[in-house]
Write a protein that binds this ligand. Structure first.
Ligand SMILES: [Zn+2]
Length: 245
């Protein structure tokens, strides 16, 4: 992985006008992963592996401290908490097997972990039920009961839940939960942390800020955008101070 330049980040931000969080995450990875990681390989990364890379990119771009705000589910107090990227990083459990297996209720199921291609496909689903069915269709590779093969959607509900649990255990980084405690009422809860969405919001704020700086310097010095973006942050800041009214 490498740290993208400001010009590359602005390009990603510009291309990410598409509201899909999955598509935006792929753009972010595409600009930071080294050349050998072709787009198809990035899209096929299990979601936890994708999120581990996004977390690494976040640390490179904006540092390790993550300030999160959540509303207390009990008393609606806005609670702030600071986490470090290291706190959010699950230990890698080694290589993820391409195919996982689970057997229960006399059925042996082979499946794979969800990835970005699945998220993109799921965006077309109208509700959570349809999304769950489509994800099963896509990720279950085979379901055998003796000689008879089963349709993924016809698997017993309990077995479907177990498959989801095995998936989560095999790829724990994909379901990242933060630990919050409300200082007002003492309630403790663990909201999910979506690193892809969070990083995109930060990129959006950064891009607007950077464009304002480009605008200020271009108006004062008549430099081209590319030249301003290639200045080091320190030098850019020094010029901004010089031309401040
Ligand atoms: Zn509370």
């Amino acid at each position: 992985m490498h740290t993208p330049t400001p010009a590359q980040l602005l390009q990603v931000w510009e291309r990410g006008g598409d509201p899909s969080a999955a598509a935006r995450a792929l753009l972010l990875l595409g600009c930071s992963c080294d050349d050998e990681a072709v787009p198809d390989e990035l899209a096929a990364l299990p979601l936890g592996r994708r999120d581990a890379r996004l977390l690494e990119l976040r640390e490179r771009l904006f540092g390790s401290a993550i300030e999160a705000v959540a509303s207390c589910p009990q008393c609606a107090t806005a609670v702030e908490a600071t986490f470090r990227c290291d706190d959010l990083r699950m230990p890698e459990a080694g290589a993820v097997a391409a195919t996982l297996e689970h057997a229960a209720h006399g059925v042996r199921v082979q499946f794979r972990l969800p990835d970005s291609r699945d998220l993109l496909a799921l965006e077309q689903c109208g509700d959570a039920e349809a999304a769950r069915g489509l994800l099963l269709d896509r990720c279950v590779l085979a379901a055998q009961c003796g000689e008879q093969s089963h349709d993924a959607r016809s698997l017993p509900h309990e077995l479907q839940v177990q498959i989801a649990q095995v998936m989560a255990q095999a790829d724990p980084q994909a379901d990242l939960q933060l630990a919050f405690r409300c200082p007002e009422c003492g309630h403790e809860w663990q909201p999910l942390f979506d690193v892809a969405r969070f990083l995109w919001q930060e990129l959006h704020a950064w891009a607007l800020h950077m464009l304002r700086e480009v605008d200020t310097l271009a108006a004062s010095y008549h430099w081209a955008e590319a030249d301003i973006l290639s200045l080091s942050p320190r030098r850019r800041q020094a010029y901004l101070e010089l031309c401040a009214p």
